[in-house]
Design a protein around this ligand. Structure first.
Ligand code: ADP
Ligand code: AMP
Length: 214
């Protein structure tokens, strides 16, 4: 079960990917989380990625593609995986297809979580993330049990630096220009599935599970 999550920033890809990963016992691979982990740990990759992330731009493909190519062939990916935030443009999509083809593999499902731009800003301004385990909440829609504290690991939640309004606007522009063309790319490969991401979290999850189990 090799899955790619598509959708605008804030559409709910990470929220759903975490639940799918748990239910089906496959790893959740988020390039955004990988960059944030490197940033937190002060690695060279983290320092380079920060420049782009702060501006809401894409980190260059040279820094991104190889990380994914290494990760998806690790032992825990043998049963499948769920990619969240990658690919983010057509060259990354083609790169992924090429490395998989060479290994006689392919993406089975590309799930597009559809949410209109007008809902995105509210979602991103209310998003809170756990800097320790990566769990994601929303102050109104999906609040933690105790305000400001991660349900899973008890760490204090933070607002992501790139969730401020100006950066969100830039990230949405980047999404429409660079990422949205991947919807047609995966449609042509015959693996595109679409879900209505404006529904409550549990309903979106049910729709995705139906797709995966059909
Ligand atoms: P992405 O990974 O696509 O950037 P997230 O999964 O981080 O998006 O979700 C963005 C914000 O929207 C988070 O605050 C999350 O808690 C909230 N959210 C996710 N799914 C839903 C939903 N179905 N309805 C309302 N809010 C949601
Ligand atoms: P995300 O957590 O998916 O919202 O990603 C946060 C930021 O990390 C993005 O705005 C980009 O700067 C960077 N990023 C994440 N994934 C990619 C990718 N596949 N290609 C380029 N940049 C990425």
């Amino acid at each position: 079960m090799k899955i790619v999550m598509l959708g605008a920033p804030g559409a709910g890809k990470g929220t759903q990917a975490a639940r799918i990963a748990e239910k089906y016992g496959i790893p959740h691979i988020s390039t955004g989380d990988i960059f944030r982990y490197n940033l937190k740990n002060g690695t060279e990759l983290g320092k380079k990625a920060k420049e782009y992330m702060d501006k809401g731009e894409l980190v260059p493909d040279e820094l991104t593609c190889e990380i994914v190519a290494d990760r998806i062939f690790m032992d825990d990916c043998a049963k499948g995986y769920i990619l969240d935030g990658f690919p983010r443009n057509i060259p990354q999509g083609r790169y992924l297809t090429d490395v998989l083809t060479k290994a006689d593999q392919k993406i089975d499902f590309a799930i597009d979580v559809e949410v209109p731009d007008e809902n995105i800003v509210k979602r991103m301004s209310g998003r809170r993330a756990c800097p320790n385990c990566g769990a994601t909440y929303h102050i109104v829609n999906i609040p933690p049990k105790k305000e400001g504290i991660c349900d899973t690991c008890g760490t204090e939640l933070i607002q992501r630096a790139d969730d401020k309004a100006e950066t969100v606007k830039k990230r949405l522009d980047v999404y429409h220009d660079a990422t949205q063309p991947l919807i047609d790319y995966y449609k042509e490969l015959g693996v595109l599935k679409t879900v209505d991401g404006t529904q409550p979290m549990n309903d979106v999850f049910e729709d995705i599970c139906k797709i995966l189990e059909d």
